[in-house]
Design a protein around this ligand. Structure first.
Ligand code: UT7
Length: 364
């Protein structure tokens, strides 16, 4: 017999989530049965990541396009990135990362109430990559959907998941940031191919005991800058044809310079906003995890915020820019290496195509 969704809490299921000392804005209540409402906080119960084995170095790219290790290192901070093998897809890598996250959370795929896959490089236009992940993970027929917010996708996904858990609809939500961007990158375009890489990471969100949990989040989209970073063809605006393929319109096009300026300004502003909401000063942050787009962007944001360099996590030299997977890969590395400890205050900020941007502040 099919089990009821674990999100439909039974009376007493959340009794450990007593009145917390969270700021007023971040409090949520969940009906826990028998008309009882209780404060609850939403946090991350487990993380997992999966990177393709193949490493593509700056020296490899020197042989493919007119660039140099020196230019890439100085302008971006990237030394190498990963590239999926032909048999690997966004969903196959996601399933592996998700299994690790579920194991850390101590739950099984059948316990999941919702799967959100944040991606701009889906396996195929339909069905959703989340549906394929659900199937291959062996999860039950819970709600599953893709979320398209580019590099901000994981933070958008976390915030959507938080709402469902906070209002008592769902208990365990799997949020995945997953990209195989190498399938969308033109390896003759030096403006993009040096930056992007492949990778996936997942997080299980669920109820946690305060003061742990998400303290504040803030998300934005400004479509007027949509053409700063886009893939022109393959959708309804320009369906696939011999001509679109010949023109290379299925590849990512980027106006890096324009994005750079907007990224620094918006990541700083949104980071300040979540800190204000939670009444936190920059010097209280234990770990700042910015989206890994460009080391120079992150250095500029860090400096403007007044966060000391030791508190900023970076893996861009090894991983490159993996869009929606970038922040959760960093998170997983920090959790598994012990860099992130219980009680730490962590600030995450992202920026990407759309343009989208956002920040999440949480206590681990
Ligand atoms: O993931 C979120 C969204 N993406 C971003 O946030 C990306 C943000 N932008 C960036 O990271 C940077 O703008 C890039 C790394 C993409 C480019 O760096 P830049 O310092 O802004 O370079 P640029 O576009 O201003 O180009 C400077 C010069 C140009 O040559 P000329 O016209 O001055 O002779 C480019 O043609 O560098 C040239 N160039 C390169 N040279 C060697 C551009 N790409 C390369 C390259 N190798 N790969």
């Amino acid at each position: 017999m099919r089990q009821p969704p674990s999100g439909m809490y039974k009376a007493g299921a959340l009794l450990e989530h007593k009145e917390g000392n969270l700021p007023a804005h971040s409090r949520g209540t969940a009906k826990v049965g028998l008309g009882v409402s209780m404060e609850l906080a939403v946090g991350i119960l487990g993380t997992g990541s999966e990177l393709p084995e193949k490493v593509l170095t700056n020296f490899d790219l020197e042989k493919m396009v007119n660039t140099s290790d020196q230019w890439i290192t100085e302008r971006t901070g990237i030394k190498e990135r990963r590239q999926a093998a032909p048999h690997e897809t966004t969903s196959t890598l996601s399933v592996k990362a998700s299994r690790k996250a579920l194991a850390m959370a101590g739950i099984t795929p059948e316990n999941l109430d919702l799967i959100i896959c944040a991606t701009i490089s889906p396996d195929m236009p339909l069905p959703s990559t989340a549906a394929l992940i659900q199937r291959d993970l062996g999860a039950r027929a819970c709600c599953a959907f893709d979320l398209a917010a580019a590099c901000s996708g994981f933070l958008f996904g976390m915030t959507v998941a938080e709402q469902f858990i906070r209002n008592g609809k769902y208990k365990y939500v799997l949020v995945i940031g997953a990209e195989v961007l190498s399938r969308y990158v033109d390896y003759q375009d030096r403006k993009t191919c040096v930056i992007f890489g492949d990778g996936v990471a997942a997080a299980v969100l669920g109820p946690v005991t305060p003061p742990s949990g998400i303290l504040a989040s803030d998300l934005h989209t400004e479509g007027q800058h949509a053409n700063h970073l886009y893939i022109p063809a393959g959708g309804t605006a320009s369906p696939a044809s011999h001509e679109t393929v010949t023109r290379g319109d299925h590849y990512i096009k980027m106006r890096g310079n324009e994005l750079f300026k907007v990224a620094v300004r918006n990541m700083e502003e949104v980071s300040r906003r979540v800190m204000e909401k939670a009444q936190i000063c920059p010097n209280q942050i234990d770990l700042f995890v910015p989206h890994q787009a460009n080391q120079r962007i992150n250095e500029a944001v860090r400096e403007r915020l007044g966060v000391v360099p030791e508190k900023v996590y970076s893996n861009i030299d090894r991983i490159g820019n993996t869009s929606s997977a970038s922040i959760p890969i960093c998170l997983d590395e920090c959790v598994r290496s012990g860099r992130l400890k219980k009680g730490d205050l962590i600030l995450m900020a992202a920026f990407g195509a759309g343009v989208t941007w956002g920040a999440v502040l949480m206590r681990w």
